[in-house]
Design a protein around this ligand. Sequence first.
Ligand SMILES: O=C(O)CCC(=O)C(=O)O
Length: 346
Amino acid sequence: MSIGTAENPQSQHYTELLRVKQPLHCAISFHYSDRMLPVLHASADALLKRIRRTSFYYQRWNNTLAFSINNAYGRYARECAARYAAEHGTMDLPPSPLQEKGAAYFPRIFPADKARAYSQTITELLERNDSVVERPKESDLAARIRAPLRTLGTDILDAVRAPAIHDALLRFFRGHYRIEWITCFRTFPAKRVAGSWLWHSDSFPPHTCKLFLHLTPANVETGATEFMTLADTMAYRRAGYFGQFKDERFANLEEFAAAHHLPYRPFHFDAEPGDGTLFDMNFFHRAVRPEHAFRDVIQFYFLPSPIPWEQQYERDVEKLMAVTGNFPKNPRPGASVTASSQSMMM
Ligand SMILES: O=C(O)CCC(=O)C(=O)O
């Protein structure tokens, strides 16, 4: 549609504008906001969506978030790492396995008997339908336990204190990190799959990652998460699979892989109670429906930090009691409201 300009006064829209008995700039803004702005917004949104789905954007950020959010996280991560380097001297840290592989497994980061006891507590909470139990829409697939720090106890933080987890997080962040939120959920054997049980990437900010503390065994039969490497994730995106929004996710990618001559080589870790899985949620992954038993997991989400997580934790205890699953638009503590995620677990 032609808008009409002073240079092109023949245009019908422009002539209409001149008929309005108002200063021209008011009339133009009236005209724009009423008719053109939605169109311009829609076109700009469509263009941005296309840009954020290019290999270039994915390679840079591994998500489709707004540039401003990615930039804020990139800058903050660099600042935190620089501060850590200034305080600790030159670090001879190997690269994080999350960078290329996307996920890493850590046995025995937490006492197995305690992990089993937590799982038993979850069973009891579910049996008495306690108010801390949350059954989302997909309630045949999973249940969530609110405020795990309060419901299960602060000992769950020992998983983050495990030296192997600290080393892995240090390699990932190249500096301090903080816990942004903690969730706990049980996945059930179910007949169908949806949401996180389909191949997806979370589209969370860069320089953030998640840790699963397993409370029950997780293997091919009992719901071990499946992951793809960065190279495979990018190859599927180049072939047109994005698995971001729930309506564009596939349960199986084997057919897509065959049609596009891609390798199909997801991997998983067999975990026992007390083991941990650290992963970059922006690589493709999917929850696997347990075949027989349920699977219990406590999930921690980490952001960069200029100070050690335990110090930040003291300031955040109340906030960490609240159930969440989103990320803040601005990574600086207390700086901004949270953004909702399109692809969060439940
Ligand atoms: O529950 C799982 O195994 C996968 C969870 C997931 O998709 C996520 O946390 O992003």
